[in-house]
Design a binder for this molecule. Structure first.
Ligand code: FMN
Length: 130
């Protein structure tokens, strides 16, 4: 078990124009306004940061979270959900924003999540962050 924190982006990302805005914002490395977080990242030895792949970039919400909490973060690990890209660019950018290497990486394709085909990957990821 672990504590979790869901990030809420206050930008309207609904519909076709929301989709366009989201891809553009991510690729331009834009920040956004996220709702106030509950947990203090500084209370944890390791924070696992997750994001969807939007145009080869992390989402504005996770970019904002990391930037606002950079000094509190100790070790980090990343997971990325995507439609088929390999997520390498997303991970490179996350390491760039965090200014440190991740202890473990996990990328999962949406289709595999829906089919439940990712248990082994998660097992390997968990072994690394233990
Ligand atoms: C604006 C936008 C851009 C996306 N760009 C990519 C992409 O470049 N490569 C990719 O594999 N998937 C891409 N996707 C698919 C998402 O990564 C995938 O739907 C997401 O990880 C699923 O997680 P979610 O249910 O939290 O949205 C994109 C999705 C959106 C909405």
């Amino acid at each position: 078990m672990c504590d979790t924190e869901e990030l809420f982006d206050t930008t309207n990302r609904l519909g076709f124009f929301g989709w366009l805005r989201s891809g553009r914002d991510a690729m331009r490395k834009k920040m956004t306004v996220i709702k106030e977080i509950i947990r203090k990242p500084g209370d944890y030895d390791l924070v696992v940061l997750g994001t969807p792949d939007w145009g080869g970039m992390p989402s504005p919400a996770i970019r904002t979270y990391i930037t606002q909490n950079l000094n509190a973060l100790k070790s980090v690990a990343f997971f990325c959900t995507h439609g088929g890209s390999n997520a390498d660019r997303v991970f490179a950018e996350l390491e760039n924003i965090c200014d440190r290497k991740a202890v473990a990486l996990l990328n999962v394709k949406t289709k595999d999540v829906n089919k439940g085909f990712f248990a082994d990957k998660i097992k390997q990821f968990v072994e690394k962050i233990k």
